[in-house]
Design a protein around this ligand. Structure first.
Ligand SMILES: [Zn+2]
Length: 362
């Protein structure tokens, strides 16, 4: 960015955020909607590349999005005025540019340690289990799976459960109605069934409710050009409710300390039965684009702290608490069975979670 551009962009940003500092911090236009304490560095405007304002709080997203729209519009107009005076290059193609991607900062272990060190307690799996707002048993099983699903989904909502990660859903849980075993192909009627107690690599659920029906997937074309049918793609989703935070890289004690300090609605925390601990965050977005915008805001903060950006999609599979995992697949693709099956253990359940960090609410 040239100095002239930078000055022009700052001036435009300041016309929208009057108290903007030189570092780009200022007052969030949706501050009145923040559910938790305001910090001086919550709201930031970045002016290089595609100018973007972001806020640490999620509740103000509509105001932040509107500001971004206006900021980009004004900057585009101002900068295109200047461009008219440049000499033309003749009939050449426009300059190629990298595809726009939302910024996902890389994992910074030092940043995570520093953030975790400010947690006043050492957070362990037992610490969470003892303080879970909904009481949880030490001995867990399919009752735990049922409790988890019934507390997080409302009457009539349908959830897919998987014993194979690559299937289109092996079981369906319908809140208030029960569980069903699903057929592998369209047209096969489901049959009532208990939830699975476990599977060779564990059991998963799709993190958002779905129709339960086979629907054409516009992003997956068959050789004849028609859309493949599926039960687990974006068009199947009926509520844009959850996002999964998981980390394969962060060390567990730092990661748990980080989770309890985040000002987001963590409704559940559970183990993978392997090395990692997952958190389910309630976003309650109004649409796919709203979900994506909230995800981008959150990713900006949590990816540097170790959250896996690949897990942050609305059709993510996550570990179903209360199910047993009998093994895992090595890098060579071969399944190794554990000496003892491992429980995908539910550590925390709070259907009424707010933006107040867990550490401030216990
Ligand atoms: Zn805000």
């Amino acid at each position: 960015m040239t100095i002239e551009n930078e000055a022009l962009r700052s001036e435009i940003a300041r016309s929208l955020v009057p108290d903007l500092t030189l570092e780009g911090f200022g007052s969030c236009p949706g501050k009145h909607l923040h559910g938790t304490r305001n910090g001086a560095r919550d709201f930031q405007v970045k002016l290089d590349g595609a100018p973007t304002a972001s806020c640490f709080h999620g509740s103000c997203i509509a105001f932040v999005e509107e500001l971004n729209h206006e900021l980009r519009r004004r900057i585009a107009i101002a900068e295109s005025d200047g461009r008219k005076e440049r000499p033309t290059l003749g009939s050449v193609a426009p300059e190629p540019r990298a595809r726009h991607r939302a910024k996902r900062p890389a994992f910074d272990p030092a940043k995570l340690s520093k953030f975790a060190a400010r947690c006043p307690h050492k957070i362990t799996q037992e610490w969470l289990l003892e303080r879970s707002p909904m009481g949880l048993m030490d001995e867990q099983g399919t009752e735990t799976s049922e409790l988890f699903l019934s507390e997080l989904f409302v009457q009539g909502e349908r959830m897919l459960v998987f014993t194979s990660q690559t299937s289109q859903g092996d079981f369906l849980y319908e809140s208030g109605r029960g569980n069903f075993r699903l057929g592998k192909d369209p047209g096969v009627l489901p049959v009532p069934s208990a939830l699975p107690t476990g599977s060779s690599e564990g059991v998963w659920f799709l993190s958002n409710p779905v129709t339960g029906s086979w629907l054409p997937n516009p992003n997956k074309k068959l050789p004849d050009g028609s859309e493949a049918l599926g039960r687990r793609h974006g068009a199947c989703i009926t509520a844009w409710r959850h996002l999964v935070l998981e980390s394969d890289d962060a060390n567990e004690s730092d990661w748990l300390a980080c989770l309890v300090k985040l000002p987001v609605k963590i409704v559940a925390i559970y183990t993978s039965g392997g090395r990692s601990v997952h958190a389910l965050v309630r976003l309650d977005a109004a649409s796919k684009s709203h979900w994506d915008a909230m995800r981008d805001t959150l990713a900006h903060v949590v990816c540097a702290l170790g959250a896996d950006p690949a897990a942050m999609t609305a059709v993510r599979l996550s570990r179903l608490p209360g199910a047993l995992r009998h093994g895992s697949r090595g890098k060579d693709g071969r399944l190794r069975t554990y000496p003892e099956p491992r429980m995908q253990r539910l550590l925390w359940l709070n259907p009424l979670a707010t933006d107040t960090p867990i550490i401030e609410s216990v």
